[in-house]
Ligand binder design. Structure first.
Ligand code: SF4
Length: 234
């Protein structure tokens, strides 16, 4: 079901989304296209989670961005000519109604490769998303209360990723236990392990653990943009 775009005197009005920035770069995280694919990022503003390792604090406040009409966003991303889109945040699902509207508008505009990064705190069912162009990268955070059944109910498929940030060997152990449980419960998403920035877990150490514990169906998520010291401006 696509939501109709309301018009007044032929001019498209609302809805709007709080957007922090729109920019082009490599997608440095796992995604269905492969790490390193060029993409246009749409960074929403506003995230109420409190991850100690957050590297996008500047976009956490809802007011850090500005209001964009959905059709203005489409105009901007079309102008760049890049066929790939990555919606990130902040937390896109904190504007879930508008997110569905944006996905519909991207679909209408012919964007057939959209990746949505989300923190996993907003249970959703992929089957409720009527557009076949979107794949999800969902965090599974190991601190606080983790409700694994939410991930079972998301109905993720082999184009989606569940990403787990690893800050210690204990984290790694918990991550592989959770992965096994979800796989036994028919979760078909790919799993990616990401070394926590600023922790003792380096990519090579994590790779050794992955080999030692036979995690041959998992991905090592090295955050290419950090390896290259990329910012939104370069
Ligand atoms: S969910 Fe993402 S944006 Fe929100 S606080 Fe955690 S790392 Fe930062």
């Amino acid at each position: 079901m696509k939501l109709p775009h309301p018009t007044v005197n032929g001019k498209i009005v609302g809805p709007t989304m709080h957007i922090y920035s729109i920019f082009q770069s490599v997608d440095g995280e796992v995604n269905h296209r492969g790490t390193g694919a060029m993409t246009t990022f749409i960074r929403t503003s506003g995230c109420s989670a409190t991850c100690a390792y957050c590297d996008t604090r500047y976009a956490k406040d809802r007011d850090s961005g500005s209001d964009w009409e959905i059709q203005e966003i489409i105009k901007e991303v079309t102008f760049t000519g890049c066929p790939n889109i990555t919606i990130t945040g902040g937390e896109p699902f904190e504007q879930s109604t508008e997110l569905i509207e944006l996905l519909g508008a991207l679909d209408d505009a012919g964007f057939s490769s959209v990746s949505i990064e989300t923190n996993g705190y907003h249970p959703f069912n992929k089957q409720d998303y009527p557009f076949n162009t979107a794949s999800f990268v969902v965090d599974l955070k190991l601190f606080g209360y983790v409700l694994l059944s939410n991930y079972i109910n998301m109905n993720l498929d082999s184009t989606d990723f569940i990403k787990i940030v690893i800050g210690s060997f204990d984290d790694f152990h918990t991550a592989i236990k959770n992965k096994l449980y979800l796989q036994q419960n028919k979760v078909r998403a790919n799993f990616a392990f990401s070394p926590m920035a600023g922790s003792d877990v380096t990519p090579d150490k994590l790779l050794i653990w992955m080999k030692e514990f036979h995690q041959f169906d998992a991905y090592l998520n090295t955050q290419l943009h950090k390896v290259l010291s990329l910012t939104e401006a370069n």
